[in-house]
Design a protein around this ligand. Structure first.
Ligand code: FE
Length: 349
């Protein structure tokens, strides 16, 4: 009798172990969820994921944080990581993290939505931004701006008149990487020396702080991304920034040449993603008309897909500028180390 009970207990234990193993191996096949690690902390992104869930029944779990912290966590958790999709801004950042991405965002829906220069085998662009020049119209004339390029920002005529953020900023690293790609490293060393000589102050603050410096008369021209002016004009950053934004005007450099420097927000499938299929579906959704309209109206970025109008404040900045579609954004990651080396070697704080 005792022997039979013991046997039954053993059987029960074995059955439980088998069930646990079956769940461990197949659980994710049936889980209707996707885990996003996102460096974009917009409330509007959460609304977007809710729309996706309503459409597909796939639950979206979001871990948000700064890109560095998210990347560190994914690397440290390794095979145990639950991350499916890494979403962040800047092609240079995605490029530097590409070793932890598996690729696979290659469905025909994704490929036809995203022009080839805004995606790589490891990640795809979701929305676009341009890094442009802002100027104070009362101190900078049209004649002075005519033909302005990123290259000519190093011209001595801008001495003491320029503000731009620090060299540790990824947007600047990507811009300088594109300049190295187009001009060669040696020329950009000289260029960077000129930039440092032209700075009205040692670099400090974020992109909006550069626009504010021009509005306050501390400098005549600034370099910052397009969506920040629209964000300030919208009033979402308060009445002071709104008033300051009205004092500056945007200028799109390199119009007579390759076009204005473009960058992206993008997404990549993390290696070992437990919900790969659902992650691909989510990226396809982010590139749909509905999602693109939502994104551009909340973040003031440019749409990735054709046929979508940006936010009216972005339309007002002008849409008929020539984008640099020649310099593939994959170069921003490839030349990132060179870009940082050039900037720090020439005293760019
Ligand atoms: Fe930004």
């Amino acid at each position: 009798m005792i022997i039979i009970i013991k046997k039954r207990r053993k059987m029960k234990k074995l059955t439980l172990i088998i069930y646990a193993l079956i769940f461990a191996f197949t659980g994710n096949l049936f889980a209707k969820e996707v885990n996003i690690f996102s460096a974009r902390h917009y409330d509007s992104d959460v609304q977007l994921y809710q729309k996706f869930t309503a459409k597909t029944g796939i639950k979206v779990n979001v871990v948000s944080g700064k890109s560095g912290a998210l990347e560190k966590r994914i690397i440290e958790e390794g095979a145990d990581s639950q991350a499916d999709l890494y979403i962040t801004a800047d092609a240079g950042r995605l490029g530097a993290f590409a070793g932890n991405l598996q690729g696979g965002l290659t469905s025909s829906a994704i490929k036809s939505a995203v022009p080839s220069n805004f995606r790589t085998s490891k990640w795809v662009g979701i929305a676009k931004r341009a890094r442009i020049v802002y100027f104070a119209p009362e101190r900078v004339s049209g004649a002075e701006l005519a033909g302005l390029t990123y290259e000519s920002l190093a011209d001595p005529k801008w001495k003491g008149r320029l503000v731009i953020r620090a060299s540790n900023n990824i947007y600047n690293q990507s811009l300088v990487a594109s300049l190295i790609k187009n001009n060669g490293k040696r020329k950009i060393v000289e260029w960077s020396k000129g930039m440092v000589a032209n700075m009205a102050r040692a670099p400090k603050g974020n992109d909006r702080a550069q626009i504010l410096a021009v509005a306050a008369g501390e400098a005549d021209i600034a370099v910052a991304n397009t969506y920040y002016l629209a964000l300030m004009l919208s009033g979402k950053k308060g009445p002071e920034q709104q008033a300051a934004a009205k004092k500056v005007k945007p200028f799109f450099p390199n119009q007579d040449g390759r076009g204005t420097h473009m960058n992206i927000s993008g997404a990549g499938l993390v290696k070992g993603a437990p919900n790969k299929g659902n992650a691909i579906k989510l990226v396809e959704f982010l590139l749909s008309e509905e999602a693109q309209n939502h994104i551009v109206n909340n973040t003031f970025e440019y749409p990735m897909i054709a046929g979508i109008s940006p936010h009216p404040l972005v339309v007002n900045m002008g849409l008929d500028f020539k984008q640099d579609l020649k310099t593939k954004v994959v170069n921003y990651g490839n030349r990132q180390a060179d870009a940082l080396e050039v900037m720090t070697a020439t005293g760019w704080k």
